[in-house]
Design a protein. Structure first.
Length: 317
């Protein structure tokens, strides 16, 4: 009679992969990370297969992460208008990819690859084919995002992943803040991004001598936090690593390759209680907010060319 079955999860097909102590579940909608566990412990704050993942839990943010001021940007002399979806601040936010069902390309016991072609929309008419591969091994969950420009003009591009790292406790609403304050963050960033009332960057400042210096592990007691850090310290191999230590002592690392230029960190302090995740969002980004306007760290993919970013979420052992 009809092609859609009401018993199917609203986030689409669920792709479960496993390796050793790790298990992950990826959704067809948005190629999102619904669950990641290690030895039965939730590494990220999960959501149910029929739920809206509040606060962007586990979402892949493409073709831009974070905010674009006023939903408008100019790229190579042409101005584009995006839908406003953060109405209280008059911003476009977090791209289009999480809204769509992706196509399964490959599924094994430990890895899954999905793809999505950007639709022809007025706000982003560029023809980009995106592949994301989630693969588990002894180090954790590797995330590779590969974007290829199939159009005839340069395509603006930036991305982030948005994992809410579980804090190891079980609380609701404002009580979560007390648990987060007992966690520590180590973030090798020399510079903090300053913002206005609409969370749009206004500049940067060195972290030296400020409360924003997390180059050594420090408790997340200075709440609320919804900030970006840049000028990252990559190691000799080109990798940058943030480490979040939970109240149960489990240390979770969130790493990126040389294309990762910033991290956004949000603790949801002050968020409405029903949507307050029990953890902290630690988001590796290729560019921070409003990059489509500022051009800071923005990637321009030439016709026929591609851009690849590699990230990892795993437990430090």
């Amino acid at each position: 009679m009809y092609g859609c079955h009401p018993a199917s999860p609203r986030t689409g097909q669920q792709y479960t992969i496993a390796f050793g102590d790790y298990t992950a579940v990826i959704t067809q909608q948005g190629a999102g990370l619904r669950r990641l566990t290690w030895q039965g412990n939730d590494v990220v704050v999960p959501f149910d297969a029929d739920d809206v993942p509040t606060c962007m839990r586990g979402q892949l943010l493409v073709p831009f992460p974070n905010r674009i001021e006023g939903g408008e940007y100019t790229f190579e002399g042409q101005t584009y208008e995006l839908p406003i979806d953060e109405h209280e601040r008059n911003n476009a936010i977090h791209g289009y990819g999480y809204r769509h069902f992706w196509t399964l390309e490959r599924l094994t016991t430990s890895a899954v690859t999905l793809c999505w072609r950007t639709p022809n929309l007025a706000g982003y008419p560029f023809d980009v084919l995106v592949h994301v591969t989630y693969e588990l091994d002894e180090d954790g969950l590797h995330v590779q995002v590969h974007a290829q420009n199939h159009g005839g003009e340069d395509a603006p591009w930036a991305l982030a992943i948005h994992p809410w790292v579980a804090n190891g406790g079980d609380a609701y609403g404002d009580a979560i803040d007390e648990l987060n304050a007992q966690c520590t963050l180590e973030l090798p960033a020399r510079t903090h991004v300053t913002i206005n009332q609409n969370l749009i960057p206004t500049g940067t400042e060195p972290v030296d001598g400020t409360a924003y210096d997390y180059r050594e592990p420090k408790a997340l007691s200075a709440q609320p936090i919804d900030d970006a850090w840049t000028d990252l310290e990559h190691d000799a191999g080109g990798t940058v690593t943030a480490v979040f230590t939970r109240i149960d002592g489990i240390r979770v690392r969130i790493t990126g390759d040389e294309s990762i230029t910033s991290y956004q960190v949000c603790d949801a302090s002050g968020f409405p209680e029903p949507i307050h995740p029990c953890g902290v969002a630690i988001e590796p980004q290729t560019a921070y907010a409003n990059a489509f306007n500022t051009g800071i760290d923005l990637i321009a993919i030439a016709p026929g060319e591609s851009s690849t970013t590699n990230m990892l979420i795993g437990v430090v052992r």
